[in-house]
Ligand binder design. Structure first.
Ligand SMILES: [Zn+2]
Length: 340
């Protein structure tokens, strides 16, 4: 099969890779209908996460089940499925509590690499959710978004305790931040302040439900949020970047008693204890347990209540994956969908 491999900084190639086979009896093999490049793929792409040798890339996926192992009972060949970027059994106490991304048997799908024609999905019965039928082509981008960026934005909103009557701030205008806006709208937020300096992303944020746009960053951005909230700060703030600046911006934009939901993969973030003590905000985040939200998200997509697939503003054949990485690295594209 064909698949994307990262050789080193700025060096992605689509090459021949071995076809995956069933290894564990709980595995399924899927034929991908579409895959994509994630903002988090840019960390190793830019050399900010070390890569030791050629690495298969990708952890977002939707597709049709080709084959299942003998211990798989719920998922069947021929079904169209969506899964998250952590394989999980969905039965252990951590999964039962809704934290499937930290399942005691969790397997990172990133170690498998789904920017490819086929993928082996471990713990298929726990990980995969089948759609009601074979979806029409125009729903595939939205279902693919549910696999990670929508599920992550949704978790961020949930972690930030978004709800009716609340004012929500969103730090980060990548796909996750933008879908955090969509989630906040769905969860009933009254006011949603998106922080972005990029016109196309501001437009999409508004289309997803943002009521205000703040273009300032850092302390100036915090001051603008305070201006817009009677000097108090937002009730709920989504952090979708993962840097020291964005994390402090999120904490400082939150009113005392408010909630920060952080889902940007943390890189070099260190929190000052004394400031944190007097901030008196709830901090909660981590790798999103997307599996918890998938049935609801699939339902919202199928009933056309949401269209998260709009975050894909570039579509390329898998063979041109390298261009997808370049476009996202240079911020020419919000998110690149790779067609199979
Ligand atoms: Zn589990």
């Amino acid at each position: 099969m064909r698949g994307a491999i990262l050789y080193g900084p700025y060096d992605v190639r689509v090459e021949q890779r071995p076809d995956p086979t069933i290894i564990e009896p709980t595995d399924a093999i899927i034929r991908l209908s579409a895959t994509c490049v994630c903002g988090s793929d840019l960390w190793p792409y830019r050399g900010l996460e070390p890569v030791t040798g050629p690495t298969p890339m990708g952890h977002e996926y939707v597709g049709i089940v080709e084959e299942v192992g003998r211990a798989v009972t719920k998922i069947k060949s021929g079904q169209f499925v969506v899964g998250s970027f952590w394989a999980s059994d969905n039965t252990c106490p951590i999964c039962q509590a809704g934290y499937q991304s930290r399942c005691v048997h969790a397997v990172p799908i990133g170690s498998i690499g789904t920017q490819a024609q086929f993928a082996r999905i471990p713990l298929a019965d726990g990980t995969l959710v089948a759609t009601p039928d074979l979806p029409p082509d125009d729903l595939i981008p939205s279902l693919l978004a549910a696999s990670d960026v929508l599920g992550t934005g949704w978790f961020a909103s949930d972690a930030a305790a978004v709800g009716p009557g609340k004012t929500v701030g969103v730090v980060g205008d990548g796909a996750v931040g933008l879908l955090g806006v969509l989630a906040a709208k769905q969860l009933g937020a009254e006011r949603i302040i998106a922080m972005s300096r990029h016109e196309a992303r501001q437009r999409l944020a508004r289309a997803f439900g943002a009521t205000d746009i703040v273009t300032e960053r850092g302390d100036a951005g915090v001051a603008r949020i305070k201006d817009l909230t009677d000097g108090l700060g937002a009730h709920s703030v989504i952090e979708a970047v993962g840097t020291q600046e964005s994390m402090l911006q999120a904490i400082r934009s939150t009113r005392p008693g408010g909630h920060v939901g952080f889902v940007g993969v943390s890189h070099g973030v260190e929190l000052p204890g004394e400031e944190l003590f007097f901030a008196e905000v709830h901090l909660f985040g981590g790798p999103a347990p997307v599996r918890r939200f998938l049935p609801k998200l699939i339902d919202l997509i199928y009933s056309q209540q949401i269209n998260p697939g709009k975050v894909f503003d570039l579509e390329l054949p898998l063979e041109q994956a390298a261009e997808g990485y370049r476009a996202m690295d240079e911020r020419r594209a919000i998110k690149a969908l790779l067609r199979l």
